[in-house]
Design a protein around this ligand. Structure first.
Ligand SMILES: CC(C)(COP(=O)(O)OP(=O)(O)OC[C@H]1O[C@@H](n2cnc3c(N)ncnc32)[C@H](O)[C@@H]1OP(=O)(O)O)[C@@H](O)C(=O)NCCC(=O)NCCS
Length: 177
């Protein structure tokens, strides 16, 4: 899907292993510390591109020949998120409450790439059967940019939990297709 100008959003493909590894390598420590779903290294890039597991949706934003953004949408439930949301009275369900994690290359952050990608990503999630998106691991309370981004999209806060700092749990309920 063409986003605007020369940006394209598409699902991750087997041939993306090298550009994805370059994308992971190029991320700053600050961005790495914010992104929790999996390690950001060559081995992980290769295994993500090799396997295609039902319910694990992964998208990349392409600019020229480079990957400049990477998004995870996972329909599988996680015990961690399920337990935290249950304590707020929300029973997350496997297959409909998708876990979500975004990342954008440092040089491209704050330039509208994630905002441009979201309408299509939300539509992909809806078509795959999602009724909500839940942040994978929540978002660190110090991650001002991400919190503003999520709130702009309509994500709501549902308490949170402590690691070495406070993390907000956030969820976006989706309109049916
Ligand atoms: C969070 C992230 C995915 C947002 O993507 P992005 O492409 O930089 O976001 P956009 O440029 O589309 O901005 C969207 C909104 O985010 C907020 N935002 C972005 N950068 C911001 C900043 N530096 N300070 C405050 N708000 C900011 C604004 O609300 C902005 O909307 P606006 O431009 O209408 O004001 C990206 O910054 C990122 O990858 N950060 C590092 C990894 C990370 O934190 N992942 C999320 C873990 S929970």
């Amino acid at each position: 899907m063409l986003l605007e100008g020369s940006y394209t959003l598409r699902s991750l493909q087997p041939f993306d292993a090298s550009p994805l590894a370059r994308y992971f390598d190029g991320l700053s420590d600050a961005t790495r510390r914010r992104f929790k779903p999996h390690p950001l290294d060559h081995q992980t890039a290769a295994s993500l591109c090799e396997r295609s597991l039902a319910g694990e949706l992964r998208y990349v934003v392409i600019w020229g020949k480079q990957i400049i953004g990477y998004f995870v949408l996972d329909s599988h439930s996680s015990q961690h998120e399920a337990a935290r949301f249950l304590s707020h009275g929300i029973a997350l369900q496997d297959g409909v409450d998708f876990l979500f994690a975004p990342s954008i290359a440092d040089a491209w952050q704050g330039r509208g790439v994630a905002s441009l990608s979201m309408p299509a990503l939300l539509q992909f999630a809806r078509v795959a059967g999602a009724r909500s998106l839940v942040l994978m691991g929540g978002t660190q309370a110090t991650n001002v940019a991400a919190i503003a981004f999520y709130e702009k999209l309509g994500f709501q806060r549902y308490g949170g939990y402590y690691t070495d700092m406070f993390n907000h749990d956030m969820r976006l309920c989706l309109e049916p297709v």
